[in-house]
Design a protein around this ligand. Sequence first.
Ligand code: SF4
Length: 420
Amino acid sequence: MSFERTQEKLKILADAAKYDVSCSSSGSNRSNTSKGLGDSTGMGICHSYTEDGRCVSLLKILLTNHCIFDCAYCVTRKSNDIKRAAFKVQEVVDLTINFYRRNYIEGLFLSSGIFKNADFTMERLVAVAKKLRLEENFNGYIHLKSIPGASDELMREAGLYADRLSVNIEIPTTEGLRLLAPDKKREDFIKPMIKVKNEIIQYKAEKKVLKATPKYAPAGQSTQMIIGASGENDFQIMQTSNHFYKNYNLKRVYYSGYVPISYDNRLPQIGSEVPMLRENRLYQTDWLMRFYGFDVSEILNDQHRNLDLDIDPKLSWALRNLHEFPIDVNTADKRMLARIPGLGMTSVYKILNARRFRLLNWEHLKKIGIALNRAQYFMVCSSNQFERRDLTSEQIKGFILQNSTSKYRKTLSNQLSLFG
Ligand code: SF4
């Protein structure tokens, strides 16, 4: 295979992979073996940031962009007239090792269109990971895409070589999926997820008894949903996320604003704005559910089906629940402190720590680095002064927006102008 042809394949298959955002990692600790190559300890991938702030990169490609399916939202769908290419297993292995040795990447994210059938494709993805681990002693990060409908046996093998597995739900509701991807069935996504979940539990249990038990998908499994392609509201999207987190032990759900790529009257037309701000609000809501103790129904429900675009979901919840405030930072428990708009968990811990030594007032809070621009309207401390006074939620929102400098301000005004 000529260098030029490999280059061309790489261009086509890396470009086709860019629509998949489910590729950041966390929690893997596959450490280097004595003669091994690479070490994925604590890494994030896909130019994402690790918990210690490092930006790491990976080779993100498709094995092939040939596909037997015709999902309307996908650039790889069979009816799309595009250049096609396919890597051989050994080519992906060689590219990964070459890029790794040159320090271009710290891992591999490998997905694929479906050629022939699910098992035929999954078998090749597994073969890449297996060769990298067993023949090349590669200990860098590997994220493999699970192909919907792949057999249990292949899914079991995949987890033995990959750090993370993911199967993309793509469309948040069954109706949306039926409309845009009639070849696919919801069960095809669920089956590999259940398999992976059960294997993770089983391998962890066995490892407790037998230290030599290998790790199975140590960074867990994730999924991705496309936002804005099929008309779902935010309540439906977050209910789906909640369901998958709770029932399949997912590490992450990724939200990817739909990028219009085709003239199809089932989809937003080419030129429509990518819903970046909406995507960001969904991530914030996801975060509130996972780390701040919010139930999805507190943020979204039948009365409030879509997230506010102009303010973050915690502030929006607080403004709808002013009767819960002000919260006294000197006495409130962790759960309530975490509900104060503008306070992240780091600030919550700072407060809990500082108040062990003294009653906190505004000056103390500023000194320990608590940002008060939003929080001041929702809390009291050891001071007579209560910043919210008798303001209404609209007034508070107005003050906060006046002083905010959001990087999404431009997008917001564009999106709002659509309703003007
Ligand atoms: S099966 Fe996957 S790659 Fe094929 S068209 Fe559907 S989304 Fe695209």
